[in-house]
Design a protein around this ligand. Structure first.
Ligand code: PEP
Ligand code: MN
Length: 697
């Protein structure tokens, strides 16, 4: 800081307290003006920088500036640590403004509508205000009862942003928010870190010994357990959130009541603060994420981090291989959090933060390589890193001039690691599905059944779910004969609009219940992108029917969820078109795809379709994905199903999907090609005579 003398107040002999206080007020006012001038200069620098290629952040210049200020502080007899801390916060703030400037986050002066969870002045509200203030933006804030409701408001367009807590340094991760990130198509565009500084507040200045009840969120009560133990006469009472506890105490006016929460909330409700800093852990911080409906593409010069969800393959060492892909390709991991995979006991998904921005080609290419190693990858967003507040950071140590601590080695300096996979040829219409990107077979897990490799999976059941009795009987029958997965259509793609169209979601409930009763996972077809998420809530495997093989919107939506997909071949598609369709799903991040040959249209009319069994060995050569065969739709005739099933196994298929109906003569669809339970039993027995698939291509 420069040495100003003109602002200094002459000492008067009276030195009255009031005079001194108003002198302090004037000095503070000057501080604010100086800050405003500095930020205006920073904004002008941002304008100058948007033309050039250099990074928004110049760490060398920051270090020089801080060192100079420290020595000026010492000369002026002010604490160097204080000056460094203040300046570091000012620099961090300036960086965020610059990031907002080059990313077009400003909204032309209109207030940004922000959804958060909790009552006004909850910590989430404070975080939202800090986020917008850091970008020079005005906000309109709305609190919601639950995290899901805040997210829903954003999705519905009632808010522009949602600010939700993701982790706390004492309490750990906030599971519900992680779950929302998994299920919702929302994008992280920023983060904010707020210090949780609990205070005790009451309607009036009263002695602590007169308090009888202390209201707060259970987590806050727990965080202040040590302090509360010193007030044995006051009973801790759990409340919906800290800010509402403050509101309740204020409304009651009861002088024996107090609340624990933020100072901001206490002040907003006109409460007297009895004690500050009452948490057991002095350092208590919460990290919030800022969500938007659409991703924001931040300028590659803004220091960013990228958050993603990763599901590893069902193989030993799978996580380690994903981590190696990251480190071998220059992705610096800054966070790895493992969470249970919903509906899959003892399986885990990983929430990962890496340094970098997907707008940067090298980062995008590295993430592509990671996609071929992972079973599922969801990109949550690339967004500017929030510089940690000074108090949360380890004390800085002077850097010896000869050692550049932060410098990353150039690509040329790093020998390529032996395990780095060669990038598949870029000219091809598919890359991730290709054997070139992965030599080993992919194993896809459907419920507790592993499909692919040297296993042989039997999927069986009726063409369509018709009644509870019908699907229950079919489930028992196919289970009895050794099926591993139960099939049943509930949204039927029929050639004629006058044919039975399926029972819809009511049918799905019947299918899932029947599968559960006999311990089988279930597969059903989805026809549109809107059906994908609701069906994925309960079905274990989602089928794309032959007619929809190139419904790219449907494929893209299936690529965004963490559920396996059965992709049938289009009746007039080539194998490469089919693989390119599968690529749509993998390219979005979902590697759990099973291919199903179900016959193609040729001039031959003795069968419903021509079952192209040569596609099986061709696919085994070209792709690592599992391949199964549907001899029911492939032939259209009951008598041909078993022989073609056996032939499929001989050709190297990883399994079958077969239509079985308890009473084929009265089936509402595809009765002619449906096996009776006994016929299915015969088919299964015959399979034992045929050698199964070998591993690899
Ligand atoms: C089905 O399996 O129910 C079905 C409709 O098959 P395809 O899409 O192969 O005609
Ligand atoms: Mn059918």
């Amino acid at each position: 800081m420069t040495q100003h003398t003109e602002g200094q107040e002459p000492e008067t002999s009276a030195d009255r307290l009031d005079d001194l206080r108003s002198a302090i007020d004037r000095t503070d006012r000057e501080l604010v003006d100086v800050l405003a001038r500095r930020l205006a200069l920073v904004d002008r620098v941002a304008g100058a920088k948007s033309a050039g290629p250099e990074s928004i952040r110049d760490r060398d210049r920051e270090d020089e500036l801080l060192a100079r200020a420290e020595s000026q502080a010492r000369e002026a007899g002010v604490s160097a640590v204080l000056v460094r801390n203040v300046l570091e916060d000012v620099i961090a703030h300036g960086l965020l403004r610059q990031a907002a400037h080059v990313s077009g986050l400003e909204r032309g002066g209109a207030a940004v509508r922000v959804a958060f969870q909790g009552a006004p002045w909850a910590y989430s509200h404070i975080a939202a205000q800090a986020y917008l203030a850091g970008r020079g933006l005005e906000g309109e804030y709305e609190g919601h009862r639950t995290f899901a409701q805040a997210a829903a408001a954003l999705r519905a367009g009632d808010a522009d942003l949602a600010v939700l807590p993701i982790e706390n340094t004492t309490a750990g991760s906030i599971n519900q928010v992680y779950n929302l990130l998994r299920t919702e198509e929302l994008h992280i565009i920023g983060e904010e870190v707020v210090r949780v500084d609990h205070c005790l507040a009451a309607p009036a200045e009263v002695p602590l010994s007169s308090l009888r009840r202390v209201l707060s969120h259970p987590q806050a009560l727990e965080q202040c357990a040590g302090f509360l133990a010193t007030l044995p006469q006051a009973e801790p009472v759990t409340w919906f959130d800290t800010a509402e506890a403050m509101a309740a105490v204020a409304t009651s006016g009861d002088r024996t009541m107090a609340a624990i929460g933020s100072r901001t909330a206490a002040e907003a409700h006109g409460l007297a603060i009895l004690r500050r800093g009452i948490a057991d852990q002095e350092q208590n911080w919460t990290r919030f994420i800022v969500l938007a409906r659409d991703p924001v593409r931040f300028d590659p010069r803004v220091p960013c981090k990228t958050s993603l969800i990763l599901v590893t393959r069902h193989e030993p060492g799978a996580l380690l291989r994903c981590l190696s892909v990251m480190s071998n390709n220059g992705l610096q991991l800054t966070k790895l959090e493992s969470r249970p995979r919903p509906g899959r006991p003892w399986e885990y998904m990983f929430f990962i933060d890496v340094e970098g921005n997907v707008a940067d080609e090298a980062v995008a290419a590295a993430l592509d390589l990671l996609k071929s190693e992972a079973l599922y990858l969801k990109l949550l967003g690339s967004y500017p890193v929030k510089a940690e507040p000074a108090a949360a950071r380890a004390p800085s140590v002077a850097r010896p001039a000869a050692v550049e601590v932060d410098r990353q080695p150039d690509a040329a300096e790093t020998a390529p690691a032996a395990s780095a996979r060669p990038a598949p040829p870029a000219s091809s219409v598919y890359r991730l599905v290709s054997r070139a990107s992965r030599a080993e077979d992919t194993i896809v897990r459907v419920g507790n059944v592993l499909v692919g490799g040297t296993g042989f999976t039997l999927i069986a059941g009726p063409c369509a779910v018709e009644t509870r009795e019908q699907i229950e009987e079919a489930a028992h029958a196919v289970r009895e004969h050794g099926a591993h997965v139960l099939r049943g259509g509930v949204f039927k793609p029929r050639t004629s609009p006058y044919s039975f169209q399926g029972l819809g979601f009511a049918g799905l409930e019947l299918l899932v219940a029947a599968g559960r009763a006999v311990g089988l996972p279930v597969v059903t077809e989805v026809l549109s992108p809107e059906q994908v998420r609701p069906v994925a809530q309960s079905a274990d495997l989602l089928q794309v029917g032959a007619r929809n093989m190139q419904n790219f919107e449907l494929l893209r939506e299936l690529g965004r969820i963490d559920r396996p997909v059965l992709l049938k071949r289009g009746p007039s598609s080539t194998i490469d078109e089919w693989l390119a369709a599968a690529e749509y799903i993998l390219a979005q991040g979902n590697g759990q795809v099973i291919l199903c040959e179900r016959g193609i249209r040729t001039f031959e009319n003795a069968t419903r379709s021509t079952l192209d069994l040569s596609a099986v060995p061709v696919l085994r050569e070209r792709t690592h994905l599992p391949v199964i065969v549907d001899p029911s739709h492939g032939t259209g005739r009951r008598a041909l199903v078993a022989p073609m099933a056996w032939a499929a196994r001989a050709a190297g298929a990883h399994g079958l999907i077969v239509e079985v109906h308890p009473d084929p003569a009265h089936a509402l669809s595809d009765g002619d090609q449906s096996l009776t339970p006994a016929g299915f039993g015969e088919l299964v027995r015959g399979l034992a005579r045929v050698p199964g698939p070998a591993a690899g291509g």
